[in-house]
Design a protein around this ligand. Sequence first.
Ligand code: GDP
Ligand code: MG
Length: 440
Amino acid sequence: LSDRLTETFRNLRTKGKLTPADVDGTVREIRRALLDADVALPVVKEFTAKVRERALSDEVNKALNPAQQVVQIVNEELIAILGGQQRRLQFAKNPPTVIMLAGLQGSGKTTFAGKLAKMLESDGHTPMLVAADLQRPNAVNQLQVVAERAGAAIYAPEPGNGVGDPVKVARDGVEAARRQQYDTVIIDTAGRLGVDAELMKQAADIRRAVDPDEVLFVIDAMIGQDAVNTAKAFQEGVDFTGVVLSKLDGDARGGAALSVASITGRPIIFASTGENLDDLEPFHPDRMASRILDLGDILTLIEQAQQAFDEAEALKVAEKLATETFTLEDFLDQMQQFKKMGSMKKMLSMLPGTGQMKQQIDNFDEREIDRTEAIIRSMTPSERRNPKILNGSRRLRIARGCGMTVTDVNQLVQRFDQAAKMMKTVARGGVPNIPGMGPV
Ligand code: GDP
Ligand code: MG
């Protein structure tokens, strides 16, 4: 997924304006990339339609850099599908909080039960695991091992009593937790290799019996196209309040995440990323979007640039240039905008493919901006507005005022002229350069 998209976006980045053909080409690539990542077809269709519509809208055409806008749109739409905000586990007002797990066999329920217990404990909770998977002979024992490793309490049926009733075990488990004042109960349940009616009924019965605060559907991120049918079946059969994406440590690109979130509308709450009990993280929609896009830190970069370099401001400057009223005061404003972007070197190092620019990056001196600022500040307002009046004696006075040499002042005026030219490019819809750098 990543390489192709990166390539597409790189092509986009070199363009000033986007034509409808550009947008269509990009949307085609995004579509192919998502299908490669095993995102379900209806989800892909809906997603690309939305991106296309927004990419062709005024929002993009008026933007300073349309290519970045498209990347931004793709990112935003991905995050939106993935639930927007991070969703936290919901705790009951009156403990114990009851959390029930559901999912196919091998999806990672039992492992997750241990991971969650451990995470809750480190947050100061007192979880108790309940072994309500009585389907497989070894299941209770497996949960016992996990509980021990997590250092958590466990409620399990007495061994050797034949096949027990998982609904009763679940109900008794919650009762035991309440009596012994554990504040959370995690109910592990049985799964089958495929969706089946009996299993679904059992899960629904358990749900009805214990009235959980959360029902978490655990799904293997590597499941691919089957994610949709499995998720739908569990939503209809048991219904769930949240999703746990397991085995994200594999080479799954997160296609299942997109499909499940989009089709069920349920938030993904946790990401399980390994076989160890510590391999559990709260799910962050924005991080998953980046993982799906896999554009390195480019999205972070765009964000930073957008926050700092207010586009409306830039357009105002461009307008001034068109009417030749760009002044040193505007230049100073602009410098401050660039400064707000934070460390330029760090910013540039986040861009993919900046290898050739390394020399320029190393040569860039951020203190240059400070010096520039000092010089402009020691000019009179009329000098700032009209640099043409800067004769020799004025330059000398300015140099003294800021503790620099006349040569420094001369260089600044020269750079101002260059910047004015650069801003003219912007006014014509081109991509701006950053002073002291080549094109970014
Ligand atoms: P259950 O049948 O749903 O209870 O699934 P299990 O918890 O028994 O997990 C099935 C297998 O997947 C076990 O071998 C686990 O070690 C493994 N597993 C579970 N979660 C993860 C994970 O996040 N990453 C990896 N790599 N393996 C996992
Ligand atoms: Mg299990």
